[in-house]
Design a protein around this ligand. Sequence first.
Ligand SMILES: [Zn+2]
Length: 374
Amino acid sequence: MVVPQLRAMAWGTAGGRAFGENGGMAQRAQRAHLGGDELEVFARGLPKAEVHVHLEGCIPPRVAAEAAKRHGATSPVTLEDGHPKIETLRELLDYLDWSCGLVDRAEDLAEIGRSTSQRLAASGALYGDVIVNPTHWPHWRERRGAMVDALAAGFTAGEREGGARIGLCVSLKRQQSERDALAVVSWLIEERPERVVALSIDGDESAGSHSGRFREAFGLARRAGLHRCAHAGESSGPDGVREAIELLGAERIDHGVRVVEDPALVRELAERRVPLDVCPTSNVVLGVVPSFGSHPIDRLRQAGVRVSLNTDDPELYGIDLAGEYVRAAATFGWGVEDLGALARTSIESSFADEPRRQAMLESLDGYLEGWQAG
Ligand SMILES: [Zn+2]
């Protein structure tokens, strides 16, 4: 876990206001490119949203440890200071099944929700679209309403303590039947839980095309006014991305990075302004790309594709959102304008309601103006 060293400085949601409080830093801030502590401070304070983060990857180690003790269960993956040591997809899935399977109390779900809201705020995120896939939570599969209620209580508690506002993206699993998918969507449409903003789909995309099976579910969600996002272009190639857009009506693509295999599709995404929710560290850990330095995010940006930066499963990888901005900036030589553009896309492509989105964009503009004006 990356320890946010500057958390105590309360840059998280301060926006441009904070700059008058530190003249020395303001002078140094005039440079377009940043490094060291200055980059860390800028990235952590930058108002942003996170739009690709799974609740399953946000279980605090202490919550998992206490639940494991109660259940007398042992982690299938080596732990270091309570954090799983994930190096392969198999280890990630084993740990994910184990940790989600421990959570059988509403109070634990609420704590996961509260800490997720807080975690995002500690990285300067004002809002998060958090993906939750009920199939991963065996104690809640038949109690989706109670699950969402418990999470909502936790999000509300987190927000009251200064945390980020959270919207939920309820996710289907690629391996689900059409019937199960329709049951989830029917429930969403009938109950309309207040926290739920979107229908999502995740899981293994590699075993051929699945999108046709979920077309009706996504169509129903669209007609009911729910947003849509879809994992594609991670374990599937460019065709998976095309299907997500054309068959599922996805407004955003989770990952999508393998579109680089199809230059024509890259151009099309840029022209149609379809945003990609990119998670570089996750792609490296799971072997989608060989290294952070060779990640296609920089090439996608240069081709005009709208990309945001995200963590995917922060507790599993021991990362946080601000740290990803820092790492990407250091790797690709990005400066103030580049990180500002990533933050802008994250906000614009979020499923926050329009007034909240506008307020976030104003915070971002104020922050960038304050930084540049010194
Ligand atoms: Zn994901």
